[in-house]
Design a protein around this ligand. Structure first.
Ligand code: PSV
Ligand code: MN
Length: 387
């Protein structure tokens, strides 16, 4: 049997990081539909994120994307601190500059590789000012056609750049390498899968770890298996949580397949990965193209909390007993019992005990903040990809 007060303690201590870009406009390559009230600066993104934390109590940090959030970082850190928000993971951007059409750190042109590396170094400088622990690297680098470039040589260029960045990090900082199966590269990506990311991280050293973005796999991939393997190797550094039906849809986490989210979090729970000592960053990486952004972040945070609560409710003793007895159906039933538990009353109770509203979504909607930003944020350049 699980100890309910231990489950509550774990849920109370859980931390979920928000992406600054979730608050800006986003869309597809077909159209970005702007929304009224969207932030026009990193400061306004932080203000919106603070609302999510205010009502959920478990989302006290925001990841930045550079240069989308370029600003005076010392000042931003101070302003964020005043509203209870920490600046979290720094995400590098080597995928939007014209020069990077054929790759950034794996580009055939040495001068372009140098330019990409300089941006990554700049991101480390930003970390020093924001106090961030993690530098998250996602490379759009890849090729579209067989023969376009030498796959192995590109791996050498990648390894060289990663080593230079790793070298530049302080002892307290980490390099988090994110993989993605395809897009924008349609034939090869230079970091297409967890195996490639893992191999590079192993070579770099203990402060290099892998990021699992849940939208970056082939359909049908067993993501919880990857979670288990990376946790076993001590190489899981972060999640970029989102949902997908087809490709990298970046929908609200837990919306397309809540059962998958539960299975992932169960592997995390089994490995004690929620403990702060495990140093796993639970980040959202989502784009709210058609839904209002602040409530969408609140919903995402709540979805992660619900899946975590269910994972914590698995009766691991009964599960181990069923597994030892080779009781296939019994073991599966233990897992499904937890998944089928309605944990909303438990989370409502927990919030009540913490002095939060039992229903974060309703409380936010009642607060009127959404109308205030629509009225206030008139004019200026709304944030979005590239802004
Ligand atoms: C790439 O698709 C990605 O998942 C990376 O994490 C980027 O930083 C992010 O999306 C940009 O939205
Ligand atoms: Mn991502």
């Amino acid at each position: 049997m699980h100890n309910l007060s231990a489950v509550k303690d774990t849920l109370r201590a859980q931390r979920i990081e928000m992406p600054s870009w979730a608050f800006g406009n986003s869309g597809t390559r077909f159209k970005v539909f702007p929304q009224a009230g969207v932030p026009r600066s990193p400061y306004e993104k932080i203000a919106d994120a603070a609302q999510v934390h205010l009502f959920t109590g478990v989302a006290p940090s925001v990841a930045l994307h550079i240069p989308w959030d370029k600003t005076d970082y010392v000042e931003l850190r101070k302003v964020a601190g005043d509203v209870g928000i920490e600046l979290g993971t720094i995400n590098a951007n080597v995928f939007q500059d014209e020069d990077f059409m054929l790759g950034s750190v794996t580009n055939p042109d040495a001068a372009i590789r140098r330019k990409a590396l300089d941006h990554l170094f700049e991101c480390v400088d930003v970390m020093d000012q924001t106090g961030s622990r993690d530098l998250k690297l996602w490379f759009s680098d890849g090729t579209n056609y067989p023969g376009q470039d030498n796959i192995r040589v590109r791996q050498d260029r990648l390894a060289e750049a990663l080593a230079a960045v790793y070298e530049r990090l302080a002892d307290t900082q980490r390099l988090i390498l994110e993989y993605k199966m395809f897009e924008p590269g349609f034939y090869t990506m230079d970091v297409p899968d967890w195996g490639t990311a893992f191999a590079h991280c192993l070579q770099l050293g203990p402060r290099a770890k892998v990021c699992i973005d849940t939208g970056h796999h082939a359909p049908g991939t067993n993501i919880e298996f990857i979670v288990a393997v990376l946790l076993r190797a001590g190489k899981l550094g972060a999640f970029d949580f989102n949902s997908r039906f087809y490709a990298d849809d970046d929908l609200m986490v837990g919306s397309a397949d809540p059962f998958q989210l539960f299975r992932i979090l169960f592997e995390v729970v089994l490995a004690d990965g929620l403990a702060p000592a495990a140093e796993i960053s639970f980040m959202l990486d989502q784009c709210h193209n058609i839904e209002p952004k602040i409530p969408a972040q609140i919903r995402s945070v709540m979805n992660v909390q619900e899946a975590t609560a269910k994972a914590l409710l698995v009766d691991t003793e009964a599960l181990a007993a069923a597994q030892a007895a080779r009781d296939v159906l019994g073991a599966n039933a233990v897992l499904m019992d937890a998944y089928n538990t309605d944990v909303r009353p438990l989370l409502a109770e927990l919030r009540g005990e913490q002095g939060l509203d039992v229903d974060p979504m309703a409380a936010y909607l009642r607060s009127g903040y959404g109308s205030v930003i629509v009225a206030d944020r008139v004019g200026g350049q709304q944030a979005g990809w590239g802004a």
